[in-house]
Structure formats: C-alpha cells, structure tokens
Write a protein that binds this ligand. Structure first.
Ligand code: AMP
Length: 616
C-alpha cells in the first residue's frame, strides 16, 4: 500500500523549510528570528508546482527569490546555477552569494510547534490521484495503486489543472445573478468571494464582495493556457491564481479573504467524468475529457500531446476474466494466428509474433514456440515456466495468456513490442534520458517487489529479460529459471549448477547454489548498471570465474558515466556481499520511488510572471 505522503517534498527534511506559507508570514518569521543579515528561510512557491521561494534578510529588508524546478528536475534561481535539490541550492548560496544580496548565513529554524504548512493542493493530491486514475483508466484495486505509485509525478501534472473543482469557493456553472445571490446570503465581509464558470464563453469569473457590493471580474485564459486577472500575474491553474489573490489584490478592489462556500455540491463524492470520446471497453484512451461543473469541458492532455503512460496501453490492466479459471490455461489452436516474424530466440526455440482471437477482439501476442525436435526435458521446462507465469498478475510483469499444444508446444504471452531493455537503450541513446531510465527501473523494482511478496525467485533478472511495451513501460520476462518458494522457505537450493548467468548472480548463488529474493536484488543491481550504461556489458570482457574473485576481493563495477550518485549508491547496496545485510525489494522500490519522484518534473509549464524576485 501507499504511504500517506507519496510525493515526498525534497525540502521536507530542511529545518528552515516552512511549506506553503505566504510572503507576509515568511517576513513575520524572519522578524521574530531577529532580522540578522543573511537570515533566511525556504517556502513553497505558490505559482509553480514543485518550486520554492527563498526569503532572505539584508539590511533590515526582505528579499524573496523564486526557485524554479527545471524540466530536467534541477532547481535554480532565475539567472543562477542549477542544483540537484533545494538543500544543495541553499548550501551553495551559503558559500557564494552569486547574485543574491548576500550569502545565506543563518537559517531561520522552524520551531517544533510549527509544522510544515501543507499547500491547498498537497491536501487534495492523494485522493485526486486515485479518483483520476479510477475514472480516466477505469482501474481499481491493486492495478490502480500500481498506476498511482509508478506515475504519481506525471499524474500530478494532469490533475493539477482540475484541482479547483475540489475547492469550497468553486461554484461551477452559475449565472452572475446566482453568484450575487450567494454572496449576499449571510454575512457580507469585504473579500468574500467565489469562482464560477461563465455561461457564454467557457471561461471563469470571480465574484467578490466589497463595501456590501458585489464586483465581478473575468479571469483571462490565454492561448498558452495561463490564468490571470487583466494585466495581472499569470498562473498555470485557477487555484494558484486564487491563492495569489488572497495575498495581493492584483487590480481587484480588495484581496480575497473568506470563501463563499458552495454547499450545493458534495466535493468528496466522485466527480462525474464523462469520457465521451472514449469507448468504455478499451483501456487505450485517445482523449480524456473532464467536464468542469456544468457543460464546459477542459481536456486533460491526450496521449498524443503528452508522454504515453503505461495505463494508456492495453497491456496495463489484468487481461484475465477469472485468473482462477484453470481451463483458460489452455488456448485452442484456432484462436491463434502465428506470424512468420521472429521476435527473438532462446534455448527452447523461438518467440514469434502472433494474434490471439477472443470474443473481446484480437490482441497482438508473443508466442514462445518450442522446437519440435526438442526432447521431453525442455518441454517440461516450458510447462514449469507457464505454471509460474500463470500465477502472476502485475502490470510490470509479462503476463501469460495461455499455453497451446498443437504442432508444437506454445506459450502465449502479452506482447512487449519495443523488445529487450538492453537493446533498446543501446540503439536509442540519444532519445532516452536518465529520468526515463529511472522511471523504467522503478517499474522493474515494483514488479520485483511483487514477486518477492508472492515468494517467487526470478533467478534470471537482467536487462535482456526486461521487455519494453514502449519507451515508458517496462515488464519483467523470462521465468524459465524461476521458482516458487515453499511457504516456510526463504531460498531455493539448486542441486547442480546449470547454464547460469554468473555475472548477474550473487556470491551465495555461485558459492552455495542458494537463490532468494535477496539474490534477485543483486541481479537488480546489475540490471540497473546495464540500464544506466545504456545497455553496456557488465564486467566487460571478464569471464564468470574471474568475476567471482573480483567480487570476493571486494571490487565492484564502477559508476556508469552520467549515472546519478543516488542510483549508483543503490546499485552498490544491491551488491552487498552478505545477503543478510542486503536490502530487500521493499527497500529497493522505496529508494527507486523516492529518487524517481524527486527528479520527475512536477512543475507545470513555465509561468510568465513571478511573485518573487529573480536574481538581479
Ligand atoms: P526469452 O527466451 O523469454 O528471453 O525470449 C527470447 C527473446 O524473445 C527475447 O529476448 C525477446 O526479444 C523476445 N520476446 C520474448 N517474450 C516476448 C514478449 N512477450 N514480447 C515481445 N518479445 C518477446
């Protein structure tokens, strides 16, 4: 299950970080702390998601610098150097002013009774993520959780644009007169406000009370999708604009104060999402239409405009109607069309492209065809692989659709059309970013965590056995060596050594033939190394036995060029000699996730104006 704060704020551990406080609150804290030159604190940026503001005292004056989160996941003050995190940025400016009024000299520490203030969106994020995934992709239960965990940063961007619908001040599509009626009912303090959909134009309007009079303002929505008051600061979302107008009037008669609460809608009830352009039977959603309030519609970016997410693919959801239905284990030959195209080959025979015909429609599949001359032993091996695969159902593991006994024994699997990870990376070096690789390896760690939980050991985890559905979606394959462990067993003991992938094996596998999830963790480290070296060959030209002594002497492979330090640190932990001291997949997935989230670009497109100062 998910932890409550999935999308960990990289500044959360900093003792001078206050979260989503206003500029004036920041100034109050700095005043209270004595206004020394170089006194500073960090707070959440209200304009861009994922950004911060650094507030600094100099010469009894306040200076506020906007820290932007850049597309590649680094942070910088406009005109300054990039840093990998907010902590690193602050450390840098504590040594070098580099354009700031002074160096950061003294952190304005948050007292223990002042918690980090959550932003409006922080409180809603978790529920909205789930609701969005449930409705946009029709996913439930474990599949939904998996989708949310692996894609949280991307999903956050999608939902941020509709978060205003959850706010008490949002009244949906009501006429101006009705807006006035609601403002005039009850107390009428200055600054009481609501946001409504304008009937005629499909834009938003702000209705605001001042001096017992209702004022109405149109909220502009420009071509690039930004919201603003006329001539005012532009924001990516309506709720960010509202938060800003609570602090600055930006041309209004007053700042926004008390929301006029919309009592007519139940904000916690699932929002009615009407996927008018999306047939319910398919998981491939070419277009997501999310109505706002009444009939007005805002389109969440369709896959053609945004990066394809795993959930956009048929291969994400569970294809089984009833996983316990054993009859489905076998597929009739007439349900299969086998192409001549070979996707790859192995010891047993080859893997061919094909089509699986069911009542639901035709699905592209990969078919592992046993060479007919292969003897009984290989056939049994393939049956064992099929039995293992049949018990597994996870988006990040290649699913078996069934076994077919005809001209030869055939294992029918879902198709992972972009092929093995190592080949993909070595041929597409220029188009695959580190962030992309981190995302894929996080998915592999999720698949492996699932295997560990189910008490299966893979025994052949390697980049060649991670297949890609597309550039953003990875699945673990090849369960030819895998074993289901007994309920009381923590490892599998092989009686004799076989044709083993020694370079991927942990010391206890080679020395004692002992295989466990912990030895899979070692292989995961090697797979990471392959991925971060874009399909490089581990241990170069060394032979298996040489690798054994290389490892036993305390050596490990070096960090691949350009590989992030935190990823290399995790690899080395996966290569902990003693399996008892090695992390399990729960820990590995947690670390992959934390890094994946921390570098994923959570910001919306760049704002055009700023509420804080850039570097002068
Ligand atoms: P294997 O022996 O299972 O590793 O399969 C040999 C090769 O066949 C792999 O390296 C892939 O190139 C290809 N292959 C296997 N399974 C699939 C699949 N489900 N989708 C696409 N290609 C596959």
């Amino acid at each position: 299950m998910l932890s409550t704060n999935m999308t960990t704020d990289p500044a959360a551990d900093l003792p001078f970080y206050y979260g989503s406080i206003s500029r004036s609150d920041a100034e109050e804290y700095l005043k209270l702390a004595g206004m020394a030159d170089g006194l500073f604190l960090l707070r959440q940026c209200l304009r861009s998601l994922g950004g911060y503001v650094l507030s600094v005292v100099w010469n009894v004056e306040f200076h506020h610098y906007s820290v932007e989160k850049q597309l590649i996941g680094t942070y910088c003050i406009a005109g300054g150097k990039s840093h990998c995190g907010p902590a690193e940025l602050c450390e840098f400016y504590s040594k070098d002013p580099d354009g700031l009024v002074c160096t950061l000299r003294k952190p304005c520490l948050r007292s223990p009774d002042v918690p980090i203030k959550a932003g409006v969106f922080d409180n809603l994020r978790e529920n909205m993520l789930r609701e969005y995934v449930r409705q946009a992709w029709n996913l439930e239960g474990e599949a939904m959780e998996q989708a949310v965990i692996s894609q949280a940063p991307q999903l956050e961007k999608l939902i941020a644009t509709t978060a205003h619908e959850k706010m008490t001040w949002y009244h949906g599509k009501i006429p101006r007169q009705e807006g006035e009626r609601r403002l005039y009912s009850g107390a009428q303090p200055d600054g009481k406000f609501l946001i409504r959909d304008r009937e005629e134009s499909g834009t938003f309007a702000l209705s605001l009370m001042y001096g017992k009079t209702a004022y109405h303002y149109q909220i502009l929505h420009d071509k690039s999708g930004k919201y603003s008051m006329p001539e005012g600061t532009k924001f990516d979302t309506v709720w960010q604009l509202v938060e800003y107008l609570k602090m600055k009037p930006d041309g209004l008669v007053t700042v926004l104060r008390e929301p006029c609460v919309n009592n007519t809608t139940k904000r916690n009830a699932p929002r009615c999402v009407n996927f008018r352009n999306v047939p319910c039977s398919t998981k491939v959603k070419p277009f997501l239409t999310v109505p706002l309030g009444g009939s007005k519609e805002v389109t969440a970016s369709p896959p053609t405009e945004r990066q394809m997410l795993p959930m956009d693919c048929n291969e994400f959801a569970n294809p089984y109607h009833d996983p316990n239905d054993l009859k489905k284990f076998f597929i009739n030959r007439d349900q299969l069309m086998i192409d001549e195209v070979e996707l790859g080959s192995g010891n047993f025979g080859c893997v061919k492209k094909g089509v699986f015909k069911t009542q639901k429609g035709h699905t592209d599949v990969a078919i592992k065809v046993l060479k007919s001359e292969n003897e009984k032993l290989v056939k049994e091996e393939m049956m064992r692989e099929a039995e293992i695969m049949h018990q597994l159902s996870n988006p990040y593991i290649v699913r078996m659709l069934g076994l077919c006994e005809a001209e030869s024994l055939m294992l029918v699997m879902e198709m992972a059309a972009a092929g093995p990870l190592n080949k993909f990376l070595s041929t597409k070096k220029d188009t695959v970013t580190m962030e992309n690789i981190v995302g894929l390896m996080h998915q592999v760690s999720m698949g492996m965590k699932y295997l560990e939980e189910k008490n299966f050991v893979h025994r052949d985890l390697a980049a060649r056995n991670v297949l890609l559905v597309n550039q953003q979606f990875a699945k673990i394959s090849d369960f030819g060596l895998s074993k289901a462990l007994g309920a009381d067993d923590s490892y599998y003991k092989a009686r004799t050594a076989g044709k083993w992938p020694l370079k991927w094996y942990a010391p206890e596998c080679m020395n004692f033939h002992k295989f466990s999830s912990k030895s899979d963790v070692w292989s995961f480290g090697i797979t990471m190394w392959e991925a971060f070296s874009y399909g490089g060959k581990p241990y170069k030209k060394m032979k298996g036995p040489e690798v054994i002594s290389f490892i036993a002497n305390g050596n490990r492979m070096e960090c691949p060029p350009g590989c992030p330090d935190r990823m290399y640190a995790l690899m080395k932990d996966c290569w902990t000699y003693k399996h008892e001291d090695r992390p399990g997949f729960v820990k590995v997935e947690e670390r992959m996730r934390a890094f994946h989230y921390s570098i994923s670009n959570k910001t919306l497109p760049e704002g055009t104006a700023d509420i804080a100062e850039p570097l002068k």
